[in-house]
Ligand binder design. Structure first.
Ligand code: FMN
Length: 164
């Protein structure tokens, strides 16, 4: 195939459909869409999420040192679109969208019950990287909808109805 030079920004694809949820030290909940997210250690299990400093969520994750990475499916499209375009600085996003959540088992952050997979994380390092701060989180607990998990605890990710 003949090649042609292309744009460099966000060139790794596909972007994972992640909603990062967090809580500040006063107990206020917030969440944002994060396309810059990846597994970054197999053992111990760790993930990385990239959050720009100007995001309202940034100071919340920084001050509490925890977050939950929720995988979004087609069923979460409405909240995904909203959470990715509206800042918690302007309004209470959880109240506005009646987001169904509960506190995580291991971390003090809201777990989005309507998302099929929820990954509770504790921040072990923050790396400044160009436009984004990379929050490296050790995975404390993973939750998945019952029908996605086999008897060994493996998640069948192919069963998730991903957004187009
Ligand atoms: C598809 C998509 C991917 C995004 N990826 C990121 C990201 O990786 N990091 C980031 O800081 N913001 C990202 N955003 C933007 C934030 O989700 C958005 O600015 C959000 O309103 C911030 O909310 P907050 O100010 O309440 O934290 C993304 C938005 C969309 C729609």
């Amino acid at each position: 195939m003949e090649k042609r030079e292309a744009n460099q920004k966000s060139c790794l694809r596909p972007m994972p459909p992640i909603i990062v949820s967090c809580r500040d030290k006063e107990g206020r909940d917030n969440a944002l869409v994060v396309g810059y997210a990846a597994n970054c250690s197999f053992d111990p299990p760790m993930v990385i999420v990239g959050v720009r400093e100007e995001r309202f969520s940034h100071h919340m994750i920084e001050e509490t040192g925890v977050f939950i990475a929720n995988i979004a499916s087609k069923h979460n499209k409405e909240i995904y679109d909203y959470l990715g375009t509206t800042s918690g600085r302007k309004e209470d996003k959880f109240k506005k969208m009646s987001i169904n959540s509960r506190t995580g088992d291991k971390v003090n952050a809201p777990l989005l019950l309507d998302c099929p997979v929820n990954i509770e994380c504790r921040v072990v390092n923050i790396v400044k990287s160009g436009s984004h701060d990379l929050f490296i989180g050790v995975v404390e607990k993973v939750h998945a909808d019952k029908d996605l998990v086999d008897e060994k605890g493996n998640i069948n990710y192919q069963k998730i109805d991903y957004m187009d």
